[in-house]
Design a protein. Structure first.
Ligand SMILES: [Zn+2]
Length: 412
């Protein structure tokens, strides 16, 4: 059998595969079939996927924001205040606690593909574990990530503006009354001007947020992101790694006691729903893999150096990288004579969900913290992938597995 390289595999994966699309479901099926041909233990974990989460919530926030503005114009301050409070409440429920208040619209079944490679002695012989993961879905955004930053930073301000506007109305303005002595309208007071200006700013901010969240649906097919480095390259590396693990050729790792798991997450681009489902299954379902390191791969394959992210999550809940997993990663790089991985700062990816569940996770990839690349656009094509970096990444992962196999004491 001729060995296909990770880059060859990537060429087949790198088409737009947004959540909810046929391409995304076909990719998952192809990965499951490929893994089934290599491993005797493949699980397809199903979960309730909300493929349009950001688009639906963005449209909801904008609708509520506009309703709030209309109520303020009509001097219905108390109802406006109630509505303005719903926006951050739903935001936190959806994005922090993963509760589908409105994003269930368009929901369907999503899958994670989990393939285990056990030592020759099988389950009983394994006493050390390592997991590698990557997400197979892709995403296209209307704005690039530099353009999105101010919109996202301004979103809480926009929400606060609507609350403040309603509060000003409740505290300082005369509410609408059914009876009036005069049919002539009173001149607008200073507080009315302030509250309407605040509400206008709030709605404008929510309009931009809705575009940033759901605008990708407006992008024509030929301009959609093929998701080559986010995260097709990592998927390709793990598929190629699976071939090495399944192969009995002498130059492949000889594993007597190490079980290796490869996890392909769905729903990453819609608030990490796949990894949340994987983490929610719990330590019992994960067995020994709950104890071992989890290497989550993002943005692999660029010309930039090997990197890791020191934390993953939102500003409300950030999780620090596992020191144990980081040591393993750096040791593998130095054993191969490669430069140590650079710290690329913070990210919001699957490793956050895994860390939140208490797993020894790390996010790894290629990145230069000084000049980040842009993703979620047509530019994320195979042209930006350096084939040798994929092979090198695979070697680093094989090295990590060898280190785990050789470790004297059980890690934990
Ligand atoms: Zn990604």
């Amino acid at each position: 059998m001729t060995q296909v390289t990770a880059y060859d595999i990537l060429l087949n994966i790198a088409v737009p595969r947004p959540n909810g699309s046929q391409a995304c479901e076909e990719t998952a099926r192809a990965i499951a079939d490929f893994m089934g041909s290599l491993s005797g233990r493949v699980q397809v974990q199903e979960f309730f996927l909300r493929p349009y989460m950001q688009a639906v919530t963005g449209a909801f926030f904008l609708t509520i924001g506009i309703a709030c503005l209309v109520l303020l114009v009509k001097r219905r301050y108390w109802i406006a205040l109630l509505l303005s409070l719903i926006i951050p409440a739903v935001y936190i429920a959806e994005f922090e606690f993963d509760v589908p208040v409105v994003s269930w619209i368009g929901g369907r079944t999503g899958v994670n593909v989990i393939a285990d490679f056990l030592p020759p002695g099988g389950e009983a012989a394994a006493d050390r574990y390592i997991t590698f993961s990557a997400h197979y879905d892709s995403k296209t955004d209307l704005f690039d990530h530099e353009q999105r930053k101010p919109i996202y930073s301004f979103a809480p301000v926009a929400m606060a503006c609507l609350i403040a506007a309603s509060a000003v109305g409740v505290a300082f303005c005369r509410p609408r009354r059914r009876w009036t002595l005069s049919t002539r309208r009173a001149a607008p007071t200073a507080s009315r001007v302030i509250l309407l200006a605040l509400a206008g700013v709030g709605v404008a901010g929510l309009f931009m947020l809705a575009l940033a969240f759901g605008g990708g649906l407006l992008v024509p097919a030929h301009l959609q992101s093929p998701g080559a480095r986010d995260d097709g390259a990592a998927v390709a590396v793990l598929m190629s790694l699976a071939e090495k693990l399944a192969s009995s050729q002498p130059h492949q790792p000889q594993l007597e006691r190490t079980a290796v798991r490869l996890v392909f997450f769905g729903g990453e681009e819609v608030n990490m729903q796949g990894s949340a489902a994987y983490a929610a299954a719990g330590a019992v379902a994960m067995g020994g893999f709950a104890e071992g390191p989890v290497i989550n791969c993002e943005l692999v394959g660029g010309a930039a150096p090997f990197c890791y992210w020191e934390s993953s999550g939102t500003f409300l809940s950030k999780y620090c990288v596992s020191e144990q997993a980081l040591r393993l990663y750096q040791e593998a790089l130095s054993t191969l004579g490669l430069s140590p991985a650079v710290n690329a700062g913070s990210i919001f990816d699957d490793s956050g969900r895994l860390l939140a569940a208490g797993l020894q996770a790390i996010g790894v990839g290629h990145g230069d913290p000084g000049k980040p690349d842009s993703y979620h656009n047509a530019g994320d094509s195979v042209d930006r992938v350096v084939p040798q970096r994929l092979d090198e990444t695979e070697q680093v992962f094989l090295q990590m597995i060898s280190i785990v196999e050789r470790e004297e004491t059980r890690s934990g």
